[in-house]
Each structure stands twice: as C-alpha cells, then as structure tokens.
Design a protein around this ligand. Structure first.
Ligand SMILES: Cc1ncc(COP(=O)(O)O)c(C=O)c1O
Length: 425
C-alpha cells in the first residue's frame, strides 16, 4: 500500500547521507547502511543476490556495501579498501570516479540532464562525430542507448530493416544482453531458454569456427532460410575471454560478404581499448557492416542524454590522449605471463588462462575450485566475478588505468589464496 509520508521521510534521510561529502562514515552509520541495504535488497530488490554473493558470505558480520572509489581501488562503507579487478565487468575502463569524467558530468548536470528531443542538443552530435572518427571502416552514424543490450537490440533491428530478412546466426556461449531481442541471439541456455520462443530464427555455430559458419550459411541458402546477419563478440567475454584463431575474423568477413549477410560485432565487452587495441576487431583489421539512414528508428528517451554524452566525451579524450589501449596491451601481456607461471606453480587448479590485453579469463578445473579462489580473493580484498552458482571461468578486467604495482599486489594475494585452496583440498 502506498505511504507517501514514509517515502518523504526515507528519501530525506538518504539525501542527507548522499550529500555528506566525507570519505569515511562513522561506525554506527556504516552498520546501519549495511543492515538497511541488505533489508532493502531482500524485501524490495532481489533476495537471491544476498544468498549467493560472496560480498555477503565472505565479508564478516555485515555484508559489504560499496561506497566510493578512485582509480582501481574502491572502499566499502566501513572504509575497507579493495582492488577492483572486475571493473564493472569490463565497462569501467577509467576506473572509479575519474576526475575528468566526474568534472564533465558535474558541470553538465547543472546545465541539463535530459534532452528535449525537439531542439538539437549539441553533445549527441559531438559524441556521434567522435564515434565516427574512432570506429573502423565506414561507420559514420551512431545511435545512443542506455545499456549494452539496447545497443544489440538496435543492431538487430537495423539489420532486419536493411536486409528485409529476419533470421540470424550467432555463436555458442555468446552473451549479448538480456532484453528479448538480445536473448534471441544469446548463446547460453540459462538466460535464453526460459523466455522462448522468440521472433525469427537463430542458428548457432561454435565460436572461432569459420567453416561452421560457412556451412550453416550454405545450408540456410539451400533450404531457403534467409539470414539478416551474423552476430558475435570479437573475443567472447562472458564465456571467459575466449580468443578465436588468428584467421577467424578475416574469414568471417569474407564469408559474410560472400553470402550477403551483415557482420555485427558486439564490442560491449571488448570496445574502447580493453583488449589492447581500440576495438576488438582491430586485432584482425576487419570492419563490421552497419547501415540505416533513418535516425528515429532506434531512440530512447534517456539514451544519449547530455550527462552521459559529457561522460563519454571525457572518456574518449582520456583513452586516446593517454593511449590506454597500448597500456592495456602491455599490462595484459605482463599479467597473463605471470598468471601462466602461477598455473604451473599450482597444478590441479587451473585448466588454462585465456584473453588479450586486460580481458583475461582464468579457467578452473571446476566451478567449486573457481568459487574458492574468487571467495578467497574477496576475503583478501580483491574483487573479481564468480558466484556460488557460476565460477568455472572467472575474468580479470581491471580498469585500464590500473598500476603495475596493483597487478603485482593482486598476484601476491592470488598466490596466498591458492595456497589456502590447496591446503583445504
Ligand atoms: C558482449 C556483451 N554484449 C552485451 C552485453 C549487455 O550489456 P548490458 O548489461 O549493459 O545490457 C554484455 C554485458 O555483459 C556483453 O558482455
């Protein structure tokens, strides 16, 4: 039942906390925030979160609540410092609260937060131009959304409109987001199966196998199933940072051209420097195909809002100016080299290490071992993914501004964790 009075008092209390500009909270407030957050998650958000997240089970008496951060470090409400090697699942390229991004957003928020959608707003134009400047090939138009899955929705819609065809080929274990259109090309049954059926048909081929794609397209051709596009991640992210064979993408480009299907590259995970080049496809010098002249075909009310555009403009500036792709390449080579040494020091724990740049996958012999490692790292204040129900492959995706000494510190804490895992086996 609605209770406006409660809502007024509760929001006022929280606004006071939000506006406190102190780095640390007093202990009573910190405890209250932990308890309050847990109750709110259980009663009003998602109880499952609290059951299987290591931030709840491994953090002591009070679940850890993230509070603030700088660079590759963040702090919980009790002031504990963590090294963030999850990096927003690869989205946090510039780390926590990058000063140039914060400043751009802060000033822009004081001017306007949402476009009228009637007058032109300058920053959408600026960002579209910048994206045209930095994307490969002939991509010269952009549309703006508020999430990765919406970007995939837009790409699928545009492919259907452009080709007049409705079917797609995707890859096994692909992750493209969780709205309906994206789920229709999702390569993992846990997310895909519960919502079936979808419109159009999707055919799946193994990632990294260009011959399988050609075979599938040939079959579709013979039986008269028309394919609008092939969609894949340049390097599969969620599947565990899986790098395809060197000739894969050039062959895929050729095959897509031969069969007249669009090649859609989902760079949500790989884009903007994470893998050591600006776009994942740049490793193989291939260009996706992407065409739609109608600017209103995929818009959202908040997508491309001035604050987000200001953040994106600052982000592009810093990534290019500070040559962060190169930094990701160098630090990634070092990190992967050290991780490979660790797999030899601790046999029987890892299957392999995969990845490129700062998109690195640790593949464990099973999910239980993976969870022990993720939980042990969390206890040692290093954040990586991995939950009780999914820890077979765990990625390291630190912000691209991470310091080498922070990587070394994580390697130390990883060795320490692995000793414990061995001792408990
Ligand atoms: C490759 C890829 N595509 C799409 C998405 C979906 O992005 P979002 O979670 O912002 O909807 C993700 C998210 O992890 C992703 O890794």
């Amino acid at each position: 039942m609605s209770n406006f009075q409660n809502a007024l008092e509760y929001s006022a209390k929280w606004l006071e906390i939000i506006k406190q500009d102190t780095a640390t909270l007093d202990d009573t407030t910190a405890k209250w925030i932990s308890e309050e957050t847990k109750n709110n998650f259980v009663n009003h958000f998602n109880a499952g979160w609290v059951e299987y997240r290591k931030s709840m089970t491994e953090a002591g008496d009070y679940g850890a609540v993230e509070w603030r951060g700088e660079g590759a470090k963040f702090y919980d409400n009790f002031g504990n410092e963590y090294l963030d090697f999850l990096g927003g699942y690869g989205a946090l390229d510039l780390g926590w609260s990058h000063p140039e991004v914060v400043e751009a957003v802060r000033v822009q928020a004081g001017k306007s937060g949402i476009p009228s959608q009637e007058l032109m707003d300058p920053l959408r134009g600026v960002l579209a131009k910048l994206i045209a400047e930095i994307t490969p090939g002939n991509i010269d138009h952009a549309f703006f959304v508020a999430s990765g899955t919406e970007a995939v929705e837009g790409a699928l819609k545009i492919a259907r409109l452009h080709t007049g065809k409705h079917n797609f080929i995707s890859t096994v274990k692909a992750f493209h987001g969780k709205t309906s259109g994206s789920l229709s090309v999702m390569g993992k049954k846990d997310f895909r199966a519960p919502l079936q059926p979808y419109g159009g048909q999707t055919f799946y081929v193994p990632f990294g196998d260009a011959d399988a794609l050609e075979k599938q397209l040939g079959i579709c051709d013979i039986v008269g199933i028309e394919i609008a596009g092939f969609i894949a991640e340049p390097i599969q992210g969620e599947a565990g940072a899986i790098v395809p064979p060197a000739d894969y993408w050039p062959k895929v480009r050729e095959i897509c051209t031969k069969y007249g299907v669009l090649m859609i590259c989902d760079e949500v995970q790989t884009g903007l420097g994470r893998t050591g080049v600006l776009w994942g496809v740049d490793h193989w010098n291939v260009e996706p195909s992407f065409e739609e002249p109608n600017p209103f075909i995929h818009t959202t009310t908040t997508g491309g809002n001035p604050m987000s555009c200001a953040a994106a403009i600052a982000t592009i500036q810093v990534i290019l100016r500070d040559n962060l792709p190169q930094r990701a390449a160098e630090l990634g080579d070092y990190f992967m080299g050290e991780l490979n040494k660790i797999t030899e020091e601790f046999p029987g724990i890892y299957e392999k290490i995969t990845g490129k740049g700062l998109l690195i996958g640790q593949h464990f012999i099973n999910s239980d071992v993976g969870y022990k490692v993720a939980a042990g790292l969390f206890r040692r204040k290093v954040l990586v993914a991995g939950t009780l129900i999914n820890a077979k492959a765990i990625r390291f995706e630190p912000p691209l501004i991470v310091a080498k000494k922070e990587i070394d510190e994580v390697l130390n804490r990883l060795r320490d964790t692995l000793k414990d895992v061995n001792a408990s086996a």
